[in-house]
Design a protein around this ligand. Structure first.
Ligand SMILES: C[S@@+](CC[C@H](N)C(=O)[O-])C[C@H]1O[C@@H](n2cnc3c(N)ncnc32)[C@H](O)[C@@H]1O
Length: 269
């Protein structure tokens, strides 16, 4: 969906993926990259990265796996302009991930990070990914689980003081809020078998996100008790701890308890 609340996929202020991510980084983005690299360890040929934004995972994949043909895809033309500017010889295609312009059985792996929560017809997208993948091709993705029981997102689902779900819709265009069991069900219905599932974004990551979106909301004009300078200070101090701790908690524990993200690898059944 191109526009949700204040979110527009072509708004330069909303484009993600400008930074560089490397496997040795101590960041949650590097954890996502490393799970994907593990999933693709025996893959050769063409890999699609859907919803690539400004292309950080495409560039990372090309650096680490120069043997692969990596194609970055996104619905946002502005994001793709930035991806191309940062990777002049890269291959990028503007498309809607729920209608893939590729032949049946033509792609060896399909990957995405933080995409499915944005796509209205996401079941069609999963079915189309199954169509374009070769037999035994790899499907790997990371998705937030913003309806996962006992996550901060779930606890605040109906909160009027901290309406994190509304903030996510409004600021970054999330329209789908999953529990892990929803994702497993949808993957099954699209014809896949799950090969590996690991969890991420445990409580420190969620606190980081909550403070981040509270700050965005206040800076964007919402009323509140604290002055904006104090809001910024609270956010800065919180991030000093949560940025690193969210990385370490996900490195130490990849289980479902108190998680709100899922790294999943699947193949067609
Ligand atoms: C949260 S950003 C993630 C960007 C990138 N994967 C990253 O993590 O750096 C989501 C991206 O999905 C793209 N997107 C949203 N709906 C899409 C669709 N139907 N087809 C393709 N891309 C889409 C957006 O334009 C945006 O670049």
């Amino acid at each position: 969906m191109r526009q949700v609340g204040r979110y527009d996929i072509d708004d330069p202020g909303k484009i993600q993926g400008r930074d560089e991510v490397n496997p040795s980084d101590r960041s949650v983005a590097a954890i996502r990259l490393n799970h994907c690299l593990d999933a693709l360890s025996d893959t050769s040929g063409t890999v699609l990265i859907l919803g690539c934004g400004a292309g950080r995972y495409v560039r990372a994949m090309k650096r680490v796996r120069p043997d692969l043909r990596v194609i970055g895809c996104d619905l946002s033309v502005s994001a793709l302009h930035e991806a191309v500017a940062a990777d002049r010889d890269g291959e990028y295609i503007a498309l809607d991930a729920s209608v893939l312009p590729f032949a049946d059985d033509s792609i060896q792996a399909v990957v995405f990070f933080d995409l499915i929560e944005h796509v209205p017809a996401y079941e069609e997208m999963l079915a189309d990914i199954g169509r374009v993948l070769v037999y035994d091709g790899v499907f790997h993705f990371y998705t937030p689980l913003e309806d996962q029981p006992r996550s901060i997102y779930h606890l605040l689902k109906n909160s009027s003081r901290l309406p994190l779900r509304t903030w996510k819709q409004d600021h970054v265009g999330h329209i789908n809020f999953f529990r892990a069991q929803d994702v497993f069900r949808d993957i099954w219905h699209a014809g896949f078998r799950v090969e590996d599932a690991r969890y991420g974004f445990h409580p420190f990551g969620q606190v980081h996100d909550l403070v981040d979106y509270w700050q965005r909301e206040r800076v964007g004009g919402a009323s509140g008790v604290l002055p904006i300078s104090a809001v910024r200070m609270v956010a800065r101090v919180t991030f000093l701890f949560t940025w690193r701790l969210s990385y370490f908690e996900d490195r130490l524990y990849e289980g479902p308890t108190l998680a709100s993200g899922l790294h999943l690898t699947a193949r067609m059944r």
